[in-house]
Each structure stands twice: as structure tokens, then as C-alpha cells.
Write a protein that binds this ligand. Structure first.
Ligand code: DAH
Length: 342
């Protein structure tokens, strides 16, 4: 056993370590708990008593020699790699700021719309994107086989044609009115789906914000006041609005709202196609049939509703001319919105 100790001492003196792997091998062999030195300590009990003292001293000496050599190799290796690294790193360079992400323009616009309505007492409601015919169409006064259903190209679930991907966020109006008692004052943001070929102007999914206000004595004036307030908050104090008669199965009367073009102020430009006006949303007084479908008495309650496309507003606001950019996740596009939500 004494010879073994001598042999290891010699090995420790001769050995050279040139890489991290070799250092690790060294550590395993001489330093770790399962090292050869550890084994020798385990053998200690088998050493005859008269040799125990000398063997112990020899072993301790071997152990410190191994540790000394290990420290030496660690420092040596650090110096070698450190020298190489310090040649290529200029420690006096200023620190690069961290790359921060930015909010998606759809979220920026949705949050802005939500905060405008929240400040005047609207709460936020949400509903399912996979919807049944009743909530997406029938309860909203789209009669079966009525051409109004063709206004929106629908994705039907093949296995169950009663199930659709919602074509608008108006389904949430129904879910809200079915489950709670009036008054209602809510906005409902969310994703909607249409069976359209993808192009710069159309996509198979996009986002809407729906609005619903139902109470006693709600009239068209309330609708106009609310949406006028929204237009000014969203697009600036100078904004003018105009309402054009329109048709939606779930509102009567119905109107589309245009705002004066916020790019040219109404004098005519590319964004407003020289008309001075841009269409922003659909709206109307909730059709009595819709209230009845939700067990609300239209003699007692009336209301207004509106719906707008978030992509459309974002495209106008940021002058984006291709709808596909919103879903491609190209950082060159997205990074342009850093700080846009503040
Ligand atoms: N659901 C309509 C659409 O997707 C938008 C809309 C128009 C919603 C008028 C409404 C409304 O609540 O009153 O085109």
C-alpha cells in the first residue's frame, strides 16, 4: 500500500492538465469522493496497527499534494482561456441596452378602445370562439335560410353543422343577455373567423369589439352621444362623425358610422380615397326580437349595440396597407410599435 501512495505521488508530480476535460478527469481521479485517495482512506482500517501512524501521514500528504496540484491547474487553465477571451472583449465598451419586446398593434388598439369605454362605465365581457348557430345567428334575428346569413362567409364544423367558428363578436351579446339581468353596459373584444381567401384586404380571422347598452329609456340619442365621444377620444378632438342608414338583422334602425379622415382632416387623401370620410363601425338599436330571444321585455327595456373591426382601425391609424402583416409575426413589423401604447 505504501508503494501505491508513492506511485500516485509520482503521477501527481508528472501529470499535466491542458483542457477542461482533463481537469475534470484529474478531479475525478484524485479529488472526488470516489477518488483513488478516497479508496486508500477506506483501506486504512486494514493497515496493521504499527504502520497506521506512518500510513496516515503519507495519505494526508498525498491528499494535500493532489489538492495543491488541482488548484494550480485551475488557475493555469483560467489564465489561458482568460487571455484568449480578454483579447476579443473590449471591457470599456458601453453596455448594450436589453432588447424589449413591444405590444402587438391589435392589442394596442383593443386596449385603447377598452379603456375609452371603461372610463364611461362599460365592463368587458368575453364569449366562445366556437359557437352554436343559435348564439351566432338565430338569436340575433338571422332567420334560417335568410340571405343575411350570406353576409358573412362562415366556417362550419363538418361533424356538426350546428357548430360554427363565430363570424362576429355579437354572439357575446346573446350570452350576456341570456345569463344576466338588465341593465347591460359592456364591450366585448375578441377574435372572429370568416371563410375568405387570404389577401391584403381579407383574412380568415380578425378581431372585433362589440358594444351593448341595454336599460330603460335608451334611445338613438344615447347611441350617438356614446359613439361620438368614442370617436373623439380615439381619433382626436377635431373628429367629426356622420351616420349612414344601414342594415343588420339584430338592430333596427341600423347605421354605419363614418369619421372625418384623421389623416387629411377631411380634404381628401389616399386613406379616405379622396372622400374625406372613413367608415369605422356598424351600430343600431337592438332589435326587439333579439331582446325577446333573451327573455327581456322590449316594452320595458331598449338598447343600442355597435361593432367594429380592430384591424381596420389599426390599419387606418398606423397606415398599414396589408392585413396579413398582423398575423405574420415579422419582428421588423412588430418592433415598429415599441412605445406606441404609452
Ligand atoms: N356584427 C357586425 C359584423 O360583424 C358588426 C355589428 C354591426 C355589430 C352593428 C353590432 C351592430 O352590434 O349593432 O359585421
Amino acid at each position: 500500500m505504501f508503494e501505491k501512495v508513492e506511485a500516485y505521488k509520482q503521477e501527481l508530480k508528472d501529470i499535466a492538465v491542458k483542457s477542461a476535460e482533463e481537469l475534470e478527469q484529474f478531479r475525478m481521479k484524485f479529488i472526488s469522493r470516489k477518488s483513488v485517495i478516497g479508496d486508500l482512506f477506506n483501506d486504512f482500517k486494514r493497515v496493521p496497527n504499527e504502520h497506521k501512524k506512518r500510513f496516515g501521514q503519507e495519505l494526508n500528504h498525498l491528499k494535500s499534494l493532489a489538492q495543491e496540484r488541482f488548484q494550480h491547474f485551475v488557475v493555469e487553465l483560467e489564465q489561458n482561456t482568460g487571455n484568449q477571451a480578454s483579447q476579443s472583449i473590449d471591457l470599456t465598451l458601453p453596455v448594450q441596452p436589453d432588447q424589449l419586446g413591444s405590444r402587438h398593434p391589435i392589442s394596442i388598439v383593443a386596449n385603447k378602445i377598452i379603456s375609452i369605454f371603461e372610463r364611461i362605465g362599460f365592463s368587458v365581457a368575453e364569449g366562445p370562439e366556437v359557437e352554436d348557430d343559435w348564439h351566432n345567428f338565430s338569436a340575433l334575428n338571422f332567420p334560417e335560410n335568410h340571405p343575411a346569413r350570406e353576409m358573412q362567409d362562415t366556417f362550419f364544423i363538418t361533424k356538426n353543422p350546428d357548430t360554427v367558428l363565430r363570424t362576429h363578436t355579437s354572439n357575446v351579446q346573446i350570452r350576456l343577455m341570456e345569463n344576466q339581468k338588465p341593465p347591460f353596459r359592456s364591450i366585448m373584444p375578441g377574435r372572429v373567423y370568416r371563410n375568405e381567401a387570404i389577401s391584403a384586404r381579407a383574412h380568415c380571422f380578425f378581431h372585433q369589439v362589440e358594444g351593448l347598452y341595454v336599460d330603460k329609456n335608451v334611445g338613438f340619442k344615447n347611441l350617438k352621444d356614446t359613439l361620438y365621444h368614442f370617436a373623439k377620444e380615439m381619433f382626436g378632438k377635431e373628429t367629426k362623425v356622420r351616420f349612414r342608414p344601414s342594415f343588420f338583422p339584430f338592430t333596427e334602425p341600423s347605421a354605419e358610422m363614418d369619421i372625418s379622415c384623421f389623416i387629411c382632416g377631411g380634404s381628401g387623401c389616399k386613406v379616405c380615397k379622396q372622400t374625406g370620410w372613413v367608415e369605422i363601425l356598424g351600430s343600431g338599436m337592438v332589435d326587439p326580437n333579439v331582446l325577446k330571444n333573451c327573455d327581456i321585455d322590449p316594452e320595458e327595456y331598449t338598447g343600442f349595440a355597435f361593432g367594429m373591426g380592430i384591424e381596420r382601425i389599426a390599419m387606418l391609424k398606423y397606415q398599414i396597407d396589408d392585413l396579413r402583416l398582423f398575423s405574420e409575426n415579422d419582428v421588423r413589423f412588430l418592433s415598429q410599435f415599441t412605445g406606441a401604447d404609452t
